[in-house]
Design a protein around this ligand. Structure first.
Ligand code: ADP
Ligand code: MG
Length: 383
């Protein structure tokens, strides 16, 4: 009897322990009031259950507070510096942790703000630097342009001074040689006439031949003298309203074009009249046509084109001759530059000087073995 009762009590106690183990802390083991061993055990167990209940509640509270603090820290990590831990009224360890965390957040916030400001300042300084750099670059470019201009002016000055000196020399030499050469030409002509009919002429045909060579050479020397004189005489153009077609025709009639060369004129209809010194522009065209002919010893095509463009007239002389090598093209307008055995190198210098004085410009395009185009641009109205 006593045994069964004992077993029941034990079962009751075990059941209570299992419930507690499952987390049910509301269990209390009933006391029989007999004050026996079982009651002692039950009392002890009931006290333990109470303790456990209290501990679990504390643990939950701790977990909640820690979770709250972790949430705040996560918000801060995401950049929300307005987050702060709420403080309880218990003044416990979690409140202390919250206060510490809040202080750290304050520190981080002011650090970040300072960083922002420094960053802003840095960006402004950078902006200023970039602006200064830009200004510097602009000034540098201006300086370079000014430098370039000075260099060009200097070159032009040297060029015109050289031109003037060469002009003087050319004029002097041409003048000094013209008369004696005229005398030699007359003398040779006279001798040739006498010899041709004489016995000597019949016996020694080479004498006549040599006299003919003399004649030819005198003629080409005469051409050089004319070039020299022409160069020295380039003066200020005296302009008048002129029909360019007439100047072109005049230039062509002054320049013998050999048979192997096919001459084409391409003139736009109703070309405007132009204010030029006709004699000087004719000289330019003669020089260019002569060069074109000389560039085509085996024949080819010579094209002369004229067209009006806004306030300008463009005249081009094109050939299908030898062309000008790249290394040479920069020098062809220099006085005395020539690549020809019998050249004197004044033709294009004269052209350039005349066109410059007309306020125009000359361009040259050339391909070795294919040909060359010289184009002149002249203002319709002289300035
Ligand atoms: N149409 C052209 N084709 C090829 N080369 C040319 C032509 N015109 C000019 N040149 C080159 O330019 C040089 C200078 O010409 P220029 O001043 O007329 O002097 P020159 O005819 O006495 O040589 C020539 O020697 C030649 O090398
Ligand atoms: Mg020439």
């Amino acid at each position: 009897m006593g045994k069964t009762l004992g077993k029941e009590r034990i079962n009751e106690i075990i059941e209570a322990i299992i419930k507690v183990a499952r987390g049910d802390y509301s269990v209390q083991i009933k006391l029989t009031g007999k004050n026996d061993e079982f009651d002692s055990i039950a009392m002890g167990l009931n006290m333990m259950i109470d303790d456990l209940k209290a501990g679990t509640v504390g643990l939950e509270y701790a977990a909640n507070r820690i979770e709250e603090i972790i949430n705040v820290i996560q918000k801060v990590a995401r950049g929300d510096y307005t987050a702060a831990c709420e403080l309880g009224s218990q003044n416990d360890i979690f409140d202390a942790l919250g206060i510490g965390t809040n202080m750290m957040i304050d520190d981080i916030r002011s650090g970040v703000e300072e960083l922002h400001q420094t960053n802003e300042e840095l960006r402004a300084a950078n902006e200023e630097l970039r602006a200064t750099e830009e200004e510097l670059r602009a000034s540098n470019e201006e300086l370079e342009a000014a430098n370039e201009e000075i260099r060009e002016t200097q070159e032009q000055l040297i060029r015109s001074e050289r031109l003037a000196a060469i002009g003087q020399l050319a004029g002097g030499v041409g003048h000094e040689l013209r008369n004696p050469l005229g005398a030699i030409k007359n003398a040779a002509y006279y001798i040739k006439g006498k010899i041709a009919k004489s016995e000597l002429g019949q016996k020694e045909p080479r004498v006549v031949e040599f006299l003919e060579i003399m004649d030819e050479e005198i003629n080409s020397s005469n051409k050089i003298i004319n070039d020299l004189l022409g160069f020295s005489r380039v003066g200020k153009p005296s302009v008048a309203l002129t029909r360019i077609e007439e100047v072109i025709d005049d230039a062509i009639s002054h320049t013998p074009v050999p048979e192997g060369i096919e001459l084409t004129k391409k003139l736009i209809e109703n070309l405007p009249e132009i204010e030029i010194d006709a004699a000087q522009i004719r000289q330019v065209l003669v020089n260019m046509i002569t060069n074109a002919v000389q560039a085509m010893p085996g024949g080819g095509k010579l094209t002369i084109e004229a067209r009006g463009k806004d306030d300008f007239m463009e005249v081009a002389v094109a050939d299908t001759g030898c062309g000008i090598p790249e290394g040479v093209i920069g020098k062809i307008f220099d006085p005395l530059f020539t690549t020809k055995a019998k050249g004197i190198g004044l033709g294009l210098a004269v052209c350039k000087s005349i066109i410059d004085r007309h306020g125009g410009c000359i361009e040259v395009k050339s391909r070795v073995g294919e040909g060359t185009i010289f184009s002149i641009k002249l203002p319709l109205k002289a300035t």
